[in-house]
Design a protein around this ligand. Structure first.
Ligand code: SME
Length: 158
């Protein structure tokens, strides 16, 4: 994994050890990614609504405000990642009919599920203004971030 990704992961892991709650851990994570990774123009968490597990609810994020504060798992790239239980990378959002627009500038997107004891609880969503911004290193990095958050959730139910 490129050094910048390893450093950010280490910082998130360090903060996780002292994080008072999930929201603070998520705030720390989106802040450091948005600040250190120039291609990550929008970074945010969506978590499944515990009262309605077919719906994702927007959590902490950095970037343009979005009207998509609640997304049914049947819709969007965000919903697809939950439905497929897998990371989804879209090289060109204009070519993907599932895409729900957040910012007119977004060109590519990656969505990575967060699992708690094997079950999907939410996801990390990253948008870029650059076409094909996300590759294997981003997938490995974000899946490691999702694993860190998932482990935290296993012992700190939200
Ligand atoms: N693009 C996402 C919606 C969320 S916004 O990008 C923040 C999707 O297609 O599900």
């Amino acid at each position: 994994m490129p050094g910048e990704f390893s450093e950010i992961l280490a910082e998130i892991a360090g903060f996780r050890a002292v994080a008072p709650d999930l929201r603070e851990l998520q705030e720390f994570s989106v802040e450091i990614m948005a600040r250190r990774l120039p291609r990550y123009n929008w970074v945010g968490f969506y978590m499944l609504d515990r009262a309605d597990p077919q719906t994702l609810v927007l959590g902490p994020y950095r970037g343009a405000s979005t009207e998509h504060t609640r997304i049914p798992v049947s819709q969007g790239i965000c919903g697809a990642a939950v439905a497929q239980e897998a990371t989804v990378i879209v090289d060109d959002v204009m070519e993907d009919p599932r895409y729900l627009a957040c910012s007119l500038e977004t060109r590519s997107e990656i969505v990575v599920p967060i699992r708690v004891r094997g079950k999907i609880a939410g996801e990390i969503d990253v948008d870029s203004h650059t076409l094909k911004a996300f590759g294997q290193p981003d997938r490995v990095f974000l899946e490691a971030c999702a694993a860190l958050i998932g482990e935290y959730l296993a012992t700190h139910p939200y």
